[in-house]
Design a protein around this ligand. Structure first.
Ligand code: MG
Length: 510
């Protein structure tokens, strides 16, 4: 196996059903219907009906969707939910058994190119994993058939109920990403469905789609590359249906093509390590409380300024920025006490999931990616060195750039946040304390937000208005300035464990 330098480490994460094999029509659907027959249930799914059911992630969940009052009566199921849950579990266990037998009997052949690309990836030093919401036994059986029993045990499988929320929630991919320990822009996902794509994209991952009969008509506009199959030399040929990447696949997709779909490293984290802040005698540490205070303040500012941010955005944008931010962060505040606080990384990733799934428009994925990258960078830490804080902020910015396909100068929040982070790094290097650092960052963010007035929008809805956007402030950049100002204002007065609302009980932030 080739030795690969750490900065070049890559990973390939494959969905199982529809990607490793065309399992739905020839495997799962057959197994579902056989199970219904064995249990005497008054239902059989046609391929068309099953196509509808596929919108529900997870086999158990698909079966549970049968439980209308009429079905419960007709099938003479228990009236209580515990009894029904037990029945569904029994059906699902039997369905998995039937499916694994079909698979082991070779009734479901692997899709073209899967065995080849997995072998190439492993030989090239890539980590390979499978992330599926099907039962572990089904996934394992499919994987054994698809890549052979020699390679299969070397592949990490995430499957079934390891996460509470199934695709399209990003949870299974967040789990895989955490295990891989790689930045999101080093990981290629192969999916076959819109649900899978949404899950991968919400985790900040780049996605290649191999369509199949059941998914060919779905929306894949967020995928980097859409192909009919991976293709094989001398076998099935790959046709490119959409390509939004630097890859240029021929008759089959190669490992080089997969590497080329990844976004370039705009902001490689090693630049932070290469330029460490000078360490004075006093090296301050950010506590978990500090992190919570910052996140809580950002959320509170978003809720308090709904109208103001909305008005700014209404001039040239959708006008929904204020509304979207307020609705999303309102939920962050509502769920506040329930977030998993095992470590800072977990906490930030939980916040990211709420933001990504609840903030609409373009803001959700962008702010969600920012929190996700910060969380991934923080990892299992429970307190942060200044160097780590800067690395987290840089990782967030890299995520925002990638997700928004934008950079400094495009009249976005990046125009305020990037100079503010530069100032933070500089202040830390000079040994400034947190309050002084935040004050300096706030003043720079405000200055740069004001400067967006003379810029022309290049991204988002505002870009359509072209030169008309000149003369207006960018709502995202102003929001960043208001957030930094709130942090700078509130920090000196706060007590450990205190939330931003308690500090500002009598006055609105701003
Ligand atoms: Mg699938």
């Amino acid at each position: 196996m080739t030795v690969v330098p750490d900065v070049e480490r890559r990973a390939l994460v494959l969905d199982c059903d529809g990607v490793l094999a065309d399992t739905e029509r020839d495997g799962h659907l057959v197994a579902f219907n056989q199970t219904f027959a064995e249990f005497g249930l008054p239902v059989r799914w046609s391929p068309a009906e099953y196509r509808q059911k596929l919108r529900i992630g997870g086999g158990k969940e698909r079966m549970a969707s049968l439980l209308t009052p009429e079905f419960v009566a007709a099938a003479r199921l228990p009236a209580d939910s515990a009894g029904q849950e037990a029945a569904v579990s029994d059906w699902h266990r039997r369905k998995t058994e039937i499916y694994t037998h079909l698979m082991a009997a070779g009734a479901i052949p692997p899709r073209p190119g899967v065995a080849r690309i997995v072998a190439e990836a492993m030989a090239g030093g890539w980590q390979v994993a499978v992330a599926s919401t099907s039962a572990l036994a089904s996934v394992q059986a499919t994987l054994d058939q698809a890549v052979g029993t020699e390679l299969a045990p070397l592949i990490k499988v995430f499957a079934g109920d390891v996460v509470p929320r199934k695709k399209p929630a990003p949870d299974i991919y967040l789990l895989a990403l955490n295990w891989l320990g790689l930045p999101a822009n080093h990981v290629v996902v192969i999916e076959d469905s819109h649900n899978g794509l949404v899950a991968a994209a919400a985790a900040g991952l780049t996605c290649v789609i191999t369509v199949n009969d059941f998914t060919a008509g779905e929306d894949f506009s967020d995928a980097a590359l859409v192909v009919t199959s991976l293709g094989d030399p001398g076998g099935d040929r790959c046709s490119v249906l959409a390509n939004r990447s630097a890859a240029s696949p021929g008759d089959w997709v190669t490992l080089d093509d997969l590497a080329a779909v990844l976004p370039p490293d705009h902001d490689p984290q090693p630049s932070v390590a290469a330029k460490p802040p000078r360490q004075g005698a006093h090296m301050p540490v950010a506590t978990f409380d500090d992190v919570e205070f910052v996140v809580h303040t950002i959320a509170q500012v978003s809720v308090d300024n709904e109208k103001y941010f909305g008005e700014l955005d209404a001039v040239v944008g959708d006008g929904d920025f204020g509304y979207s931010m307020a609705r999303g962060f309102e939920l962050v505040l509502r769920d506040w006490d329930g977030f998993d606080r095992t470590d800072i990384g977990t906490f930030l990733k939980k916040v990211a999931v709420v933001i990504t799934s609840r903030i609409g428009g373009t803001s959700g994925p962008i702010w969600g990616t920012a929190f996700l990258r910060a969380g991934t960078t923080a990892g299992a830490e429970t307190e942060l060195t200044p160097l780590k804080v800067v690395a987290m902020l840089r990782a967030s910015v890299a995520g925002i750039k990638q997700r928004g396909q934008s950079d400094v100068g495009d009249k976005t929040l990046l125009d305020a946040v990037v100079p503010a982070i530069d100032v933070i790094e500089e202040q830390i290097g000079q040994g400034a304390d947190a309050a002084g650092t935040l004050r300096a960052a706030a003043s720079t963010a405000r200055e740069r937000a004001e400067a967006t007035r003379s810029m022309q929008a290049m991204r988002g809805r505002a870009a359509y208005t072209g030169e008309r956007s000149i003369g207006t402030l960018d709502a995202g950049a102003v929001a960043v300035a208001v957030m930094f100002e709130a942090l700078a204002d509130l920090w000196p007065a706060r007590q450990p464990g205190q939330k931003s609302t308690e500090v500002t009980a009598d006055e609105e932030v701003r």
